[in-house]
Design a protein around this ligand. Structure first.
Ligand code: AMP
Length: 308
């Protein structure tokens, strides 16, 4: 069964992306299409040169993170994504696009909001429907968009004949959820490059400094190092990161020790990825050819759908 996942190069990949997305993706590469959704990154203000650089970095990082067995492609290299978007725009109603929460929160009513931010859920529907997946694992923030994709598939099929599989929405496998080190009540995010965000390419001394400054709490004494999401979000996050990076908090009683242990574990997880990244970055022709081959495979799968 086809697995599909797209990552938007709207920032630089973080430890959260690695533990919450890339690792589960690397565990499932057979019949998997993993794409870099560079077109999605164009729906908000962006610097073209920076977007190109972010996309190239992400291309090499996905390989460095162990996804080479999957079909890797850039969305903009597969024209069926934008081709189908127009047909689905002819199927979608402005009423339903007006109800999209992300558009309401991020763009509605502002003069300089790009038209593509409004139609972005339709591009996302095209991204999904082209690969005819039977299930789409999706978190709460994207659920409404996948429901739209289902509605559009059903309406399109009714009007033009059975073309699309209407995908079921499934709950994603619980990957690690990494919170921001400086504000552990919100998710570590690639769109916030602050002191609480560990980037995959942060050198060890930067990782250690960010972890050393992570927010904890004022508890002391033997029982301080314990998880409690409500009252100790910072410590809980450090314990989660430690466990996800293969470390153990057994015998640790102080926050200083905990942070050293977390730093060591994170550095050990990042090191091989960074080493592979350095080798790949030195061979851009190889990286480009992997993505050209992947795009050719993605075109082969998606063009017949568009031609139907
Ligand atoms: P985003 O960076 O929000 O575009 O998300 C890309 C993928 O990484 C999605 O599968 C997210 O669920 C995952 N992801 C992003 N940030 C985190 C985080 N802090 N912890 C765990 N998973 C994350």
């Amino acid at each position: 069964m086809t697995t599909l996942s797209l990552l938007t190069p709207s920032g630089r990949l973080t430890l959260g992306n690695l533990l919450g997305a890339l690792r589960p993706m690397a565990a499932r590469t057979a019949d998997a299409f993993y794409g870099i959704s560079d077109l999605h990154a164009m729906t908000t203000a962006h610097d073209p040169a920076l977007l190109r650089a972010r996309t190239q970095e992400m291309q090499a990082l996905l390989l460095a993170a162990g996804l080479e067995q999957a079909t890797l492609f850039r969305q903009s290299d597969v024209p069926a994504h934008t081709g189908l978007t127009y047909l689905l725009e002819c199927t979608a109603y402005t009423g339903e696009l007006n109800r999209m929460i992300q558009f309401k929160e991020k763009g509605r009513g502002r003069e300089s909001t790009r038209a593509s931010l409004y139609t972005y859920p339709v591009l996302m529907a095209a991204d999904i429907l082209l690969y005819r997946p039977r299930h789409v694992p999706v978190g709460d923030d994207q659920r409404q968009h996948v429901e739209l994709a289902r509605d559009l598939a059903t309406r399109f099929n009714r009007t033009y004949g059975e073309v699309f599989t209407v995908p079921e929405i499934s709950t994603p496998r619980a990957g690690a959820r990494v919170m921001d080190l400086a504000d552990p009540t919100r998710k570590m995010s690639k769109s916030v490059e602050g002191p609480g965000t560990i980037l995959l390419l942060d050198p060890p001394d930067v990782v250690r400094r960010k972890v050393a400054r992570a927010v904890t709490d004022s508890d002391t004494g033997p029982g301080a190092v314990r998880p409690d999401r409500e009252t100790k979000p910072g410590v809980t996050n450090l314990l989660d990161v430690l466990a996800a990076c293969g470390g153990s908090a057994d015998g640790i009683t102080t926050y200083g020790e905990l942070k050293r242990e977390v730093s060591d574990a994170v550095v050990a997880v990042l090191e091989p990825v960074q080493k592979r990244y350095t080798d790949l970055a030195a061979d851009p022709a190889h990286v480009a050819s992997v993505y050209e081959d992947g795009a050719a495979r993605a075109r082969k799968v998606t063009e017949p759908v568009l031609a139907t």
